[in-house]
Design a protein around this ligand. Structure first.
Ligand SMILES: [Zn+2]
Length: 334
C-alpha cells in the first residue's frame, strides 16, 4: 500500500511527460491535424441583381480560408443578367465555366451535394429563379438535419414563394412579400422588440451610408466581445423586412432614420434562426465590395459561419474592429 502511494507521484509525472510529448508531436503534425478539422463550407450563387455578386463570393471565400479554419467550395447556377464582368475577373479555381441563361429561367442542373458540407453560404439575390424541386428538398433536408446556413444581403430577397426558405431566413424583403408572409420585426424607440402585423410591402432602403450597429445580445457566441456599438462601412440599410420570424433572435440592429428615407425604427442587421436542427446566421448587410470590406462585416461573417457550422465560435474580434463612431475596412487585393 505504502509502495503504491509512493509510486503515484512518479506515475503522475510520467503521465504529464507523456502528455507533453504528445502535445509536441501534435504540434509537429499541426497542418495535417488542422486540415482534418477544417469546417467544410459551400458558397452558392449565380443569380443576383447585384453586379458584384461574383466578387463578393470571391472575397468571402478568401476571408474564410485566411482563418485556416474553413475549406470553401463554390457552386454556381448558370447565371442570367448581371455581373458578367465580375464573373470573368473573379474566377474560382475548379469551377466549371458558367453559362448564360435567359433572365429568371431555372437552372435545373443546379444540384449541389449539400450533405457533404457543414455550412452553406447563400449569395443569391432578388429575382433568382427557383431551384428544381429535388434541389429544394435536399437543401431543406440538409438544414433540418443540422446543416448550417448563412444568408447574405439580397439572399433574403430570393425565393419568396418557397415556404421553407422563408422559414430559414426568418424575415425577407421584396418579391411580393407582404403581411401574408408574417410580421415586420424591429426594435422600437423604447428598445422593445416588436412583431408588427400591420399590412404592407416588405423591403426597402434609403440612400447608402455608413451606419452604426447596436448589439442587442452581447452574450451570443457571434457577438460576444464586440463593442456594443460599431460603425459599418457604406451599405444599404434594409428596412421593413418581414416573414415567419419563428425561432429567430435579433442580435444586432441599425437605426433607420426618417431623414434618410427610412422607418424611424431599429432594423435587424444580425440575426439567428433555428430551423429543425439547423442553425442559420442572417445579415442583410453586404451590398457591394466596399460594404463587404468592413472589418465588422468580415468578423460577423466569419463568426456567423463558424457558429452556423458548429454552434461555437473561437474566431477572435480583431484589433482593427470598428469603433462606436469610426469605421474600419481592409483593402482587398485581387
Ligand atoms: Zn443591395
Amino acid at each position: 500500500m505504502k509502495n503504491i502511494l509512493c509510486l503515484r507521484p512518479t506515475f503522475v509525472l510520467l503521465l504529464i511527460a507523456l502528455c507533453s510529448f504528445s502535445s509536441v508531436l501534435g504540434m509537429a503534425n499541426q497542418p495535417r491535424n488542422a486540415k482534418a478539422k477544417l469546417i467544410k463550407a459551400l458558397i452558392i450563387d449565380g443569380q443576383n441583381n447585384h453586379d458584384q455578386w461574383a466578387k463578393v463570393t470571391y472575397m468571402m471565400k478568401r476571408y474564410l480560408e485566411e482563418t485556416g479554419k474553413f475549406s470553401v467550395d463554390v457552386q454556381r447556377t448558370k447565371y442570367t443578367w448581371n455581373g458578367k464582368d465580375y464573373v470573368d475577373k473573379y474566377k474560382i479555381a475548379g469551377l466549371a465555366p458558367t453559362v448564360d441563361l435567359p433572365k429568371s429561367k431555372m437552372d435545373s442542373s443546379f444540384h449541389p451535394n449539400f450533405a457533404a458540407y457543414d455550412v452553406v453560404i447563400c449569395n443569391f439575390g432578388w429575382n433568382a429563379a427557383p431551384w428544381a424541386k429535388e434541389t429544394q428538398e435536399d437543401f431543406d433536408r440538409f438544414v433540418k438535419k443540422g446543416g448550417g446556413l448563412v444568408i447574405i444581403h439580397a439572399a433574403d430577397n430570393s425565393f419568396p414563394e418557397w415556404p421553407a426558405y422563408n422559414q430559414m431566413i426568418g424575415i425577407g424583403g421584396w418579391g411580393n412579400r407582404t403581411e401574408k408572409d408574417g410580421p415586420y420585426v424591429y426594435y422600437d424607440l423604447n428598445n422593445q422588440l416588436v412583431r408588427d402585423t400591420a399590412p404592407g410591402r416588405a423591403g426597402s432602403h434609403g440612400p447608402q451610408k455608413d451606419y452604426q450597429i447596436i448589439i442587442r445580445n452581447a452574450n451570443h457566441p457571434i457577438t460576444k466581445g464586440m463593442p456594443l456599438n460599431w460603425m459599418h462601412v457604406q451599405d444599404e440599410m434594409y428596412d421593413r423586412l418581414r416573414g415567419p420570424a419563428e425561432n429567430m433572435e435579433v442580435l444586432g440592429t441599425a437605426f433607420s432614420s426618417i431623414e434618410n428615407k427610412g422607418t424611424g425604427r431599429h432594423e435587424p442587421m444580425l440575426l439567428t434562426i433555428n430551423y429543425g436542427k439547423g442553425r442559420i446566421f442572417h445579415t442583410p448587410m453586404g451590398h457591394a465590395d466596399y460594404s463587404v470590406s468592413c472589418v465588422g462585416f468580415i468578423t460577423s461573417i466569419l463568426r456567423g459561419t463558424q457558429w452556423a457550422a458548429t454552434g461555437k465560435v473561437d474566431i477572435p474580434i480583431p484589433a482593427d474592429f470598428p469603433k462606436p463612431d469610426v469605421v474600419s475596412k481592409r483593402e482587398f487585393k485581387d
